[in-house]
Design a protein. Structure first.
Length: 296
């Protein structure tokens, strides 16, 4: 039902053409809010829309709701900000840069500043736990790419371990430029177990060890043992899950991560069971396991 038909809402007048309670259709999502909320930030797009005298110039949907052709799901955060000028996002919010574009469209400069990525001392995005959309390179990506490529060419023997000083071609001492980040190791495994629990299980070797993480980190840790045939031109600061290792020994992968300063912070596994043959009780267990490593 269109809002104008609702007798419980304040009716508009000539001097005040908008009702107290307003219904919005933003990209197909319906929102109901108060008029003071929409005009709480002077100069914003919503303020300009709902302070004008000519209501007929505003677009409406088939039910008489004011229509805004923007992302309806992200508008909830725009509306929350309009209520109290504070930004509260869920943990690990995945659409931060898209929300920043919405804030720019609605002309909310303070919200744009809150959503802007914060650069760490290494010109990275690590200080911002809610940073999203790693596919979009930051303005400092070129500088960061230069640092990471330079660190990858320094032998570990020269670096002398994590945090040690290294000597550049000019003879000046500089600190280790290795960056913090996550690397995920995943593999599928299976084994056959008979009815007798005392029988030794028949394990199959790991067919492939998959790697997910930033390209620069993966290349730094695994070097030539990283198979790049599926993703050869990936920029250093972009994430990828297309890599896998040329060897099939988990211990070898863990050793390389430990040597590079990574430590395990999480792991998870899922498994399924099926009978190997109709005439036997032998069962085949298949699992997929992931290990998450982090370097500070």
């Amino acid at each position: 039902m269109a809002l104008a038909d609702n007798t419980g809402c304040a009716k508009p007048s000539e001097d005040f053409p908008f009702p107290e309670i307003i219904e919005l259709n933003v990209g197909g999502q319906v929102y109901i809010t108060r008029h003071p909320t929409l005009v709480s930030v002077p100069g914003s797009l919503l303020w300009e829309m709902f302070t004008q005298k000519n209501v007929r110039s505003l677009a409406r949907d088939s039910k008489g709701r004011f229509f805004v052709d923007r992302d309806g799901f992200l508008f909830r955060y725009i509306l929350d900000y309009m209520r109290d000028q504070q930004l509260v996002l869920p943990d690990h919010f995945p659409e931060r840069s898209r929300l920043q574009r919405e804030a720019e469209y609605f002309m909310l400069p303070e919200l744009v500043k809150m959503l802007a990525p914060k650069l760490s001392k290494q010109n990275s995005l690590g200080d911002d736990p809610c940073q999203s959309d790693p596919e979009e390179l930051s303005p400092n990506a070129d500088a960061t790419r230069t640092l990471t490529s330079a660190s990858a060419t320094l032998p570990s023997a020269v670096a002398g371990g994590p945090g040690a000083a290294v000597t550049t071609s000019t003879g000046a001492a500089s600190t280790d430029v290795r960056r913090a980040g996550f690397i995920t190791i995943g593999y599928r495994g299976s084994y056959t177990l008979g009815r007798d629990s005392q029988t030794d299980a028949k394990f199959r070797r790991v067919a492939r060890i998959m790697v997910c993480g930033k390209t620069s980190l993966a290349k730094e840790v695994f070097g030539d043992t990283l198979n790049e045939s599926r993703d050869p031109d990936r920029p250093p600061e972009r994430y990828t899950s297309r890599y896998y290792l040329k060897f099939t020994f988990l211990e070898q992968a863990f050793d390389k991560l430990a040597d590079a300063g990574f430590h395990m912070v999480a792991c998870n596994s899922t498994g399924t069971c099926a009978f190997a043959h109709d005439q036997t009780d032998d069962r085949i267990w298949t699992s997929y396991t992931e290990y998450v490593f982090y370097r500070e």
